[in-house]
Design a protein. Structure first.
Length: 186
């Protein structure tokens, strides 16, 4: 009978486990702090793209969860050193910049704001592309003077440019109502 081999842990995990397992009372504690009982779990995360969903998932599992913006560190990036630094800052109350996370309360508003920003960027991008088509077709003065691009202006473009301008116009016609929908949703 073949017994499966256990995967070898990375060296930084082995060092951290050895430190924790051998720690006992050797682990430093905040002076006079009763909140740091062995059974309580305190978690500190660095602010980043994953911190919101990690906060939402882990918040019910721990006594305290803090999302912090770490100070700039000099030298090479070292995850183990950074993790111990965040833990020490949390333990001693030296976290300078905490990030407020309330994903359950503000998720809808945050999503609407992100969708509106993305829609606005898309509308601006399409308008800039449309302007570039008119500029390449050497009718930029006429397009600039009329704020709205009309069918009459598009029809005056050469055939190759007209097709692209019509396509961009259809894209703009689709995006503009979506943007307004998100604007009223905020």
């Amino acid at each position: 009978m073949h017994t499966p081999r256990r995967a070898r842990l990375p060296s930084w995990v082995r060092r951290a486990n050895a430190h924790i397992e051998g720690g006992g009372d050797e682990r430093p504690r905040a002076c006079g702090s009763d909140a740091w009982d062995p059974g309580t779990i305190h978690l500190c995360l660095e602010e980043g793209t994953q911190s919101t969903w990690l906060y939402e998932i882990l918040e019910p599992q721990v006594s305290e969860i803090v999302v912090a913006v770490p100070e700039e560190s000099k030298g090479a990036k070292d995850d183990l050193r950074d993790a111990w630094a965040r833990a020490d800052e949390l333990r001693t109350g030296r976290i300078r910049t905490r990030v407020y996370k309330a994903p359950k309360h503000l998720t809808a508003l945050r999503s609407s704001a992100v969708a509106y920003r993305m829609a606005t960027q898309d509308v601006v991008r399409v308008k800039n592309r449309l302007k570039a088509v008119f500029a390449r077709a050497a009718s930029s003065r006429r397009a600039m003077s009329t704020c709205a691009v009309t069918n009459q202006v598009v029809e005056q473009l050469p055939a190759g440019h007209r097709e692209l301008a019509e396509w961009l116009g259809r894209e703009l016609d689709t995006l503009a109502p979506l943007r307004e929908e998100r604007r009223s949703g905020c």
